[in-house]
Design a protein around this ligand. Structure first.
Ligand SMILES: NC(=O)c1ccc[n+]([C@@H]2O[C@H](COP(=O)([O-])OP(=O)(O)OC[C@H]3O[C@@H](n4cnc5c(N)ncnc54)[C@H](OP(=O)(O)O)[C@@H]3O)[C@@H](O)[C@H]2O)c1
Length: 289
């Protein structure tokens, strides 16, 4: 049993911190900017809520963060009252936010100055994956830090991998988002075409999902897409944040991502339709407008 702090009890963090307490059996202290959520978490799982990230992290062996973007992450780690003010030497900071590889490297260096380890550990699997404790976790870290943290991360994960040096976890998550963007647009176009052709989409997907066109998105999203329901997962505002990080990184490493850049614009169109909180499969709504 380890002493663990968890900062950021959003859609993802709330259940992840719960698994650390219940499944992992760890002694968990949480912090959330909106204090009522931290109180609700402590009530539900029987842990402790702290008034600042620094207070939550004091004496912890492992500190997890899962907030919105790079700036949010800086404010709860290296900012005033952030966890790096109090983390003890030998402790490990594990960040589950989807953020840039640059901020991961920056925090690795800031942590190292204090004798603290840092792992960028973005996740995939969505709200359901977090609630069921079956997330995929992509890590960038020093091997020794990874080896110490992996059994703790396992509390909310089905697959945990060390992808390389600090930053490599975020780069892997970027590849994940690149693959999803083009794929969902293809699926949206397929369903749109099928409807125009007057085919029974359920029947079509039942057959083609077993062939070379099959995918997780097809299996899990075709039914709700066909019904025009778009509140089943990852919000477009978050996806655009992620694709912005991807396109910035591609500008610096020279990768060509024409389809990803186009789909990012398509998501912009869906936001303009009022779809900021719709899930990523709502690319179909844009075609049917
Ligand atoms: N949702 C998904 O399906 C999913 C899947 C994979 C990865 N992710 C990534 O995981 C991260 C969290 O996603 P989420 O869906 O859990 O988001 P969310 O529900 O919006 O929660 C965000 C959390 O971060 C906190 N926060 C944001 N800015 C902060 C700041 N400046 N200072 C302190 N706390 C701050 C929020 O506190 P308040 O409660 O006070 O607002 C909240 O606890 C994001 O990077 C997202 O891209 C999400």
């Amino acid at each position: 049993m380890a002493k663990v702090a968890f900062i950021g009890l959003g859609v993802m963090g709330f259940p992840m911190a719960g698994h650390l307490k219940v499944k992992g059996g760890h002694d968990v202290t949480v912090y959330n900017r909106t204090a009522s959520k931290a109180a609700a978490w402590a009530e539900k799982f029987g842990g402790t809520a702290a008034p600042t990230p620094a207070e939550a992290a004091r004496d912890a062996d492992f500190v997890f963060t899962c907030v919105g973007n790079d700036d949010d992450l800086r404010s709860v780690t290296s900012g005033k009252g952030g966890v790096l003010e109090t983390m003890k030497s030998g402790a490990i900071l594990i960040d589950n936010t989807t953020a840039s590889a640059d901020v991961a490297r920056e925090l690795y260096a800031a942590a190292k100055e204090k004798g603290v380890g840092f792992i960028d550990a973005p996740v995939s699997g969505g709200q359901a994956g977090a609630e069921n404790g079956v997330l995929t976790v992509m890590c960038g870290a020093d091997q020794a830090d990874y080896d110490m943290a992996k059994p703790v991360i396992d509390s909310f994960a089905r697959m945990v991998g060390l992808m390389g040096a600090p930053g490599a976890g975020q780069l892997t998550k970027m590849i994940n988002q690149i693959c999803i963007a083009g794929l969902v647009q293809g699926l949206a176009e397929g369903i749109h075409f099928g409807k125009r052709a007057g085919l029974d989409i359920e029947k079509v997907i039942e057959v083609i999902s077993k062939g070379a066109a099959g995918s997780w998105q097809m299996e899990n999203r075709h039914k709700t897409m066909n019904e025009g329901k778009y509140d089943f997962g990852f919000a477009i505002d978050w996806m655009r944040k992620d694709l912005g990080i991807v396109l910035d990184e591609a500008r610096s490493n020279g990768a060509k991502l024409p389809v990803t850049a186009l789909v990012d614009q398509f998501y912009g169109d869906v936001q303009a339709m009022g779809g900021n909180r719709w899930d990523t499969s709502s690319l179909l709504a844009r075609l049917e407008k």
